[in-house]
Design a protein around this ligand. Structure first.
Ligand code: MLT
Ligand code: ZN
Length: 475
C-alpha cells in the first residue's frame, strides 16, 4: 500500500515539481474546476496541478501513486456526465492539462498532426485549416473541449457519420500510466499490428487507465465544395428516409445529418438571439443536411436540390431551404448547435444520450416520447442529434411551472424509462457522452458479467491502487 502524506506535505512536494505557476491551491482558483458546466456536481480538491510538460505529468502521477493520492484528470471540463469533476471528499488532486497546448508537428505528406492534450479542439481545427487541411472532429463544446478530453471520452459529435468518432481519428498516443511511467506511442502508422492496441484502450477510458498527454491525429483534405440544407420533414421516419436518399446517392458527401424536433427548434427561436425558424409555419420535425467534398466540381448544390425535390415529391420533405452563403449556412447550423443552451434557458432538463441501430431511430423516438410523457405528464421530450449514427439525445424538459429540483429528482426514473425502450431495441445507454460519475450505476446492468469483469481486471492491472479518476466509469 502507498504511504499517505499529509496534504500540506503533498502540496510542498507538488510545488517543488511544478513551480509556483503550476500549482493552484486558493479556493477562488479551484472553484471553476470543482463543478461541471451543468452544475450537476459540486466536488472538492486540495489542489490543482497544471503541469507544462509530459515529464512533469509523470512526476506528479508517480508521487500520487506513491502516496495513494486520488487524481481527477481534467481537460476543458465540458463533460455531460460529471466525468471531469472530483468527488466531495477533498482528497483529490485535479490534474489539468491546460498548459500543455502546443502543436508539436503537422505533416501534410502523412496527413497527420501531433497535438498536446491541452490543445482546445477548435485550435486543433484551426491549425489544420491554416495548413490547408481538415481535422474533422466537430462538436458543440469545441471552443472549450480539449484534445485529451475528446480522446479520453471517445467523443463523437456532428461529423461522426462521415469521419468516425475520436478513436477513428487517432493514430498514436503519448500517455502517463498510473504508476507514473511515460508511454510514447506517438506512431503515425496506418498499419501497426503489434500486440494489444493500448492506444484504443486509453481512448474512451475517461482517464481511468492513464493520462493522455499528446496524440497523433489524422488529417483529411479540406472541403472545396459544400451545400447545406435545412428541412421541415413529415415525421421521424421521413427524416431517416431522407438520410438514406442522400447516403445512397453519395455517401462520401454527407458530412453531417442531424435531426431536431419542433420543440427543440422552438426553444432555440425563443431563447437564442439571432435564431429564427426559416419557414412560414413551424413544423414538428426538422433535419439539417450538410454536404461537403474535396472536389471543387462535386456539384453538391445540384445534388441537394435533386434529392430534396424527390423527397418532396414523396411527401417526406414539407419545406426546405438551401444556404446561399457560408454566413447563412453558419446561421442554420446555429439552430442545431444551440439546442443544449436553449434547453438550459428553458429550465431543468435530463439528458439521455442513447443510440440504437439507425433503422430503429424513428421507433425509439416515438416510443420514448410517449413513455416519458406518461411518466411525467406535461414534460416535453426534446429528441435531437445525430440520426445518421443512430445517436439521438432523447432529452426531456421539465413541465412548465414545475419546480426544477423536483423534476431533477426524477432523473434516474427518466433515464430508466428511456433505457428500457433502448434496451429492447438493442441500443446503448451512452452513445457519445460516456459514463463519468452519472452513469456508473448502469454499467453492472448493461455490461455486467464477462465484459465488466474484464474491464475491472484491466483497471486493477494498470492502476492497482485505483488512483486515476476513481468513481468514474466502473461501478
Ligand atoms: C449535442 O450533440 O449537442 C450534445 O451532445 C447533446 C446534448 O446536449 O444533450
Ligand atoms: Zn451530441
Amino acid at each position: 500500500m502507498p504511504d499517505a502524506l499529509p496534504q500540506a506535505a503533498l502540496r510542498d512536494r507538488l510545488r517543488a515539481i511544478l513551480g509556483p505557476r503550476g500549482l493552484l491551491t486558493e479556493p477562488a482558483d479551484l472553484a471553476p474546476h470543482l463543478t461541471d458546466w451543468r452544475a450537476l456536481y459540486q466536488g472538492a480538491a486540495f489542489a490543482l496541478a497544471r503541469p507544462a510538460t509530459t515529464a512533469e505529468v509523470a512526476e506528479v502521477v508517480r508521487l500520487c501513486a506513491e502516496t495513494g493520492t486520488p487524481v481527477t484528470v481534467q481537460g476543458g471540463n465540458t463533460s455531460m456526465v460529471g466525468g471531469a469533476v472530483p468527488d466531495e471528499s477533498g482528497r483529490h488532486l485535479i490534474l489539468s492539462l491546460g498548459r500543455m497546448n502546443r502543436l508539436r508537428d503537422l505533416d501534410l505528406a502523412d496527413m497527420t498532426m501531433t497535438a498536446e492534450a491541452g490543445m482546445v479542439l477548435k485550435a486543433a481545427q484551426e491549425a489544420a485549416e491554416a495548413a490547408g487541411a481538415l481535422f474533422p472532429l466537430s462538436l458543440g463544446a469545441e471552443g472549450t473541449a480539449t484534445i485529451g478530453g475528446v480522446l479520453s471520452t471517445n467523443a463523437g459529435g456532428n461529423t461522426t457519420v462521415r469521419y468516425g468518432n475520436a478513436r477513428e481519428l487517432m493514430l498514436g498516443l503519448e500517455a502517463v500510466l498510473p504508476d507514473g511511467s511515460v508511454w510514447n506511442g506517438l506512431r503515425r502508422l496506418r498499419k501497426d499490428n503489434t500486440g494489444y492496441a493500448l492506444r484504443h484502450l486509453l481512448v474512451g477510458a475517461e482517464g481511468t487507465l492513464g493520462v493522455i498527454t499528446a496524440a497523433t491525429l489524422r488529417l483529411f483534405p479540406r472541403a472545396r465544395d459544400t451545400a447545406l440544407g435545412f428541412c421541415a420533414v413529415a415525421d421521424e421516419a421521413a427524416a431517416l428516409a431522407l438520410f438514406r436518399r442522400f447516403r445512397d446517392r453519395d455517401e462520401s458527401a454527407v458530412r453531417a445529418f442531424e435531426y431536431m424536433s419542433g420543440t427543440g427548434v422552438d426553444f432555440c427561436a425563443r431563447h437564442i438571439e439571432g435564431i429564427a425558424i426559416p419557414f412560414a409555419a413551424p413544423a414538428a420535425h426538422y433535419v439539417l443536411v450538410d454536404l461537403a467534398s474535396p472536389r471543387p466540381d462535386a456539384g453538391l448544390r445540384d445534388l441537394a436540390e435533386a434529392v430534396l425535390a424527390e423527397a418532396m415529391e414523396a411527401g417526406e420533405v414539407l419545406d426546405a431551404v438551401i444556404a446561399e452563403s457560408d454566413a447563412q449556412a453558419k446561421k442554420l447550423w446555429r439552430i442545431r448547435e444551440e439546442h443544449p443552451e436553449a434547453q438550459k434557458r428553458e429550465g431543468a432538463s435530463v439528458k439521455n444520450d442513447v443510440s440504437v441501430p439507425v433503422s430503429k431511430v424513428p421507433e425509439m423516438i416515438r416510443r420514448c416520447s410517449a413513455a416519458l410523457v406518461a411518466l411525467i405528464p406535461g414534460s416535453r421530450p426534446v429528441p435531437f442529434g445525430h440520426i445518421g449514427d443512430g445517436n439521438i439525445h432523447m432529452n426531456l424538459q421539465q413541465p412548465e411551472g414545475m419546480d426544477p429540483a423536483a423534476f431533477l429528482a426524477r432523473s434516474h426514473d427518466i433515464m430508466d424509462c428511456v433505457n428500457a425502450v433502448v434496451r429492447e431495441l438493442d441500443g446503448s445507454f451512452s452513445a457519445e457522452h460516456g459514463i463519468g460519475r452519472l452513469k456508473t450505476d448502469m454499467m453492472a446492468e448493461w455490461r455486467g458479467g464477462a465484459e465488466l469483469a474484464a474491464m475491472q481486471a484491466i483497471k486493477r492491472a494498470l492502476d492497482p491502487h485505483g488512483i486515476l479518476n476513481p468513481g468514474k466509469v466502473l461501478p
